[in-house]
Design a protein around this ligand. Structure first.
Ligand code: NAD
Ligand code: UDP
Length: 314
């Protein structure tokens, strides 16, 4: 391991986005320590990085004390279940990792004088009454609904980041990530893209919750990771949206995936989960102005790339 290289610590490094971020940090010349407890991630996600002398993995739950020896330049906190069925199955863990886990990772950043980046979410806007969503919108979240464990944990995580910035002058970043997809999402993840792709490729019915008129805006993972690295480099302490503003209904998304997969799957409708946001699209003006960032991968191009991965993973 080259000790002169700067070092980054990534919580949730064995997850979907975390594993791509670890690879990108290594490519940028960082040494990387990934921390993960595998609650939703997988060791397989890191198989390509194992052998790299600048990469280190430690199985750890960041809800407990996090001790890291040596210097650290960046602390990136991605640990958290991210898929609605996964956080609904683990609501207390999700609350802890957004609150206690965030506090622990901020404590690490403070001790090491490192830049801290929080992977926040468009869910802080809840079921938004403002469309598209700018960072100045405070959101419409139901704290006691089933999604509250995730949404409120992330809102608390943002408050923690701002408090450490204001009180201890920690150099903090908050990126509000909108729906992102790509290789290494778990087949059993439960979110719309993995569900629709697995169903379409297997020729099973594609399950649309509700009538499918709710909207989402999907970003490909390489665009997101590029934005996160730019936020580290050029960002400030205030939240910045990272997502692709190309908005589609969930029905359009399902139909596109079925077509790209060359599938004969039929569409079936299932009950809409409680508090499912009606519409979601990022206003990325701030990311464009502050970071010079905007997505480059179009919706169909990105879906085709993710579909290739699911073909090989099934
Ligand atoms: P993921 O479930 O694939 O990855 C999360 C990782 O965190 C997993 O590897 C999991 O095992 C790990 N983890 C959870 N709790 C932990 C703990 N206490 N200690 C150590 N590791 C722990 O999900 P993802 O899609 O890669 O999401 C990564 C981050 O980005 C999450 O914080 C999520 O909230 C945020 N985010 C993702 C999206 C998206 O569309 N993918 C959107 C908004 C926000
Ligand atoms: N969804 C769906 N069928 C599925 C999984 C999800 O219709 O099999 C819907 C879900 O109700 C939501 C949208 O797709 O309206 C996006 O869901 P996802 O879980 O991907 O992420 P969310 O944006 O809700 O966190």
């Amino acid at each position: 391991m080259a000790a002169n290289k700067p070092r980054a610590v990534v919580s949730g490094g064995a997850g979907f986005i975390g594993s791509h971020l670890c690879a990108a940090l290594l490519e940028q010349g960082f040494r990387v320590l990934a921390l993960d407890n595998f609650i939703t991630g997988s060791p397989d996600n890191l198989s390509a990085l194992r052998g790299n002398p600048d990469f280190e993995f430690r199985q750890a739950d960041v809800n407990h004390d996090v001790f890291v020896g040596g210097d650290v330049r960046h602390v990136l906190h991605l640990a958290s279940p991210a898929s609605p069925p996964r956080y609904l199955a683990n609501p207390i863990h999700t609350l802890k990792v957004g609150t206690i886990g965030t506090m622990n990772m901020l404590g690490l950043a403070r001790a090491k004088n490192a830049t801290f980046l929080l992977a926040s979410t468009s869910e802080v806007y809840g079921d938004p009454l403002v469309h598209p969503q700018p960072e100045s919108y405070w959101g419409n979240v139901n704290p006691i609904g089933p999604r509250g464990c995730y949404d409120e944990a992330k809102r608390c995580a943002e408050a923690f980041a701002m408090a450490y910035h204001r009180t201890h002058q920690v150099d903090t970043r908050i990126v509000r990530i909108f729906n992102t997809h790509g290789p290494r999402m778990q087949v059993s993840d439960g979110r719309a893209v993995p569900n629709f792709m697995a169903q379409a490729l297997r020729g099973e019915p594609v399950t649309i919750y509700g009538d499918g008129s709710q909207t989402r805006s999907l970003c490909y993972v390489s665009d997101l990771v590029r934005g996160m690295l730019l936020a580290l480099e050029k960002g400030d302490e205030l939240p910045v949206n990272l997502g692709n503003p190309q908005e589609v209904t969930v029905l359009e998304l399902a139909e596109t995936i079925i077509r790209l997969a060359g599938s004969k799957s039929e569409i079936v409708h299932r009950e809409l989960p409680a508090d499912d946001p009606r519409q979601r699209r990022p206003d990325i003006t701030r990311a464009q102005n502050l970071l010079g960032w905007q997505p480059e991968v179009g919706l169909e191009d990105g879906l085709a790339r993710t579909l290739e991965y699911f073909r090989s993973a099934l």
